[in-house]
Design a protein around this ligand. Structure first.
Ligand code: SF4
Length: 438
């Protein structure tokens, strides 16, 4: 059985060609009929992409404009993959986290992260309810169309949040109101675990179990879209997407396909820890936005927390960024996880300013989301603000991201640690004994 979500539209058309043949009455073939057959297969592939990705129909029998023979063939040969929802939690800020069970007993995470319209007004100031910071909004995201915003108005939370304070802010119903959201970002995983071993990251501590296949990546977005009007996709969940290069590139092609998920190239972002050779290749293969997990201002510091830096240092990384084929008005996002007394000084800010100079870019400061798997601490609000101001004063676009979903273990790898099959947990040990089911 082939999983539908593992196929690009072209691959599906190829698969359908033998059952789309047009022949003469006597069953013969000629060049003209061969061309007709190819067109027929392509047309059918397009119809099926519309049914699944745009109309969310998941039963072959319900695709009423396909012939009965074709539907029967599809039932016997192609499966529309589903992810099993194991845990679903919504936080007080509307962040909604999902843990999916895979047939081999592994688990992965995806998160829906809303961005609020009201927060935009306060991009560099105080939150309206007295919280300290705002947000990861930026110019490119602000281009989300009126249509996107209208679509969000129909979306409501799908589970009740727990009634406790969120991130030191008082819970209010407006946090959960889709009326005030400007976008819903799907943050998805590309691997079960991760091999990159970044010191501040819970997934990094857990190690790599396996790569996700294309259908497992695509289906995360598909499942989320069946629950909410997703406007943006970021590969910032579990895993290093460029370590699973081919599957991720193909998943992006399906997400960008106008007959498929139909996302704009600006709204699909791959975030990498810095696999330089893969960044170079990515630019040639698919046109998506790029984010770099920088997190340090010099090599010595970066190598301490990100082993990848020993292979590709900051200079090599910045060269790859300068060469990345950005379209007009597009920028690379540099993510900078701020760690108390490690990379949060004004000297660090000065070095960062120098590094990104000349690269069309924006910086996203992320005060560390503390978790039990790491010794690092979150810097205080004052030092984050000073760091941000230093960069703003030098005309570098710089936002501060609130850690989303802190009340629901939304940091990378946390939900999987609590409920899933993370290495070292009892559940991982139990499941590792089991045979894969499919
Ligand atoms: S931060 Fe990203 S690349 Fe680094 S270990 Fe975590 S998941 Fe992997």
């Amino acid at each position: 059985m082939i999983y539908f979500q593992s196929l690009t539209q072209e691959e599906l058309a190829q698969l359908l060609l033998p059952v789309s043949r047009v022949t003469t009455r006597s069953g013969e073939m000629n060049e003209e009929l061969e061309k007709k057959s190819v067109k027929r297969a392509q047309y059918r592939a397009k119809q099926i992409f519309h049914w699944v990705y745009q109309r969310y129909v998941l039963e072959w029998d319900q695709m009423s404009d396909l012939s009965k023979d074709l539907r029967t063939w599809l039932k016997e040969n192609v499966e529309i993959y589903r992810l099993k929802e194991t845990v679903s939690r919504q936080g007080l800020d509307g962040t909604h986290k999902f843990l999916w069970g895979l047939p081999d007993g592994k688990t992965i995470e995806s998160v829906i992260i809303p961005a609020a319209l009201q927060e935009k007004k306060n991009a560099f100031g105080n939150a309206p309810d007295g919280g300290s910071f705002e947000i990861d909004q930026d110019d490119e995201d602000s281009e989300n169309s009126r249509g996107d915003i209208e679509a969000l108005k129909g979306y409501r939370k799908v589970s009740s949040p727990t009634k406790s304070a969120f991130a030191g802010r008082k819970a209010s119903d407006s946090n959960l109101s889709s009326e005030s959201w400007s976008r819903l970002t799907a943050c998805i995983s590309s691997q079960v675990g991760c091999a990159m071993a970044c010191k501040f990251c819970l997934t990094g501590v857990q190690g790599l179990d396996r790569h996700l296949q294309t259908h497992e990546i695509v289906t995360q977005v598909h499942e989320l879209r069946m629950r909410a009007p997703i406007t943006n996709i970021v590969f910032m969940g579990m895993g290093e997407p460029l370590h699973n290069f081919e599957s991720v590139v193909k998943a992006c092609q399906i997400m960008l396909d106008q007959d498929g998920m139909n996302f704009s190239k600006r709204k699909v972002t791959i975030s990498t820890s810095g696999l330089v050779s893969a960044i170079e290749e990515l630019g040639k293969r698919v046109d998506v936005s790029l984010a770099i997990s920088l997190n340090a201002s010099n090599d010595e510091q970066r190598s301490q927390i990100m082993p990848v830096n020993k292979k590709w240092n900051i200079e090599a990384l910045m060269t790859a960024c300068r060469n990345y084929p950005l379209g007009s008005h597009r920028r690379i996002t540099f993510e900078y996880v701020m760690l108390k007394d490690f990379n949060d000084t004004l000297e660090d800010a000065a070095r960062v300013a120098k590094l990104v100079r000349g690269i069309p870019s924006k910086l996203n400061l992320i005060p560390f989301n503390e978790h039990s798997g790491s010794e690092f601490k979150r810097p205080n609000d004052e030092s984050v603000k000073k760091f941000q101001q230093y960069l703003l004063d030098r005309n570098i676009t710089c936002t501060v991201r609130i850690s989303r979903g802190r009340d629901i273990s939304a940091a990378c790898g946390q939900l999987r640690s609590l409920f899933g099959s993370a290495r070292g947990t009892d559940k991982h040990r139990d499941r590792s004994e089991q045979q894969p089911q499919a």
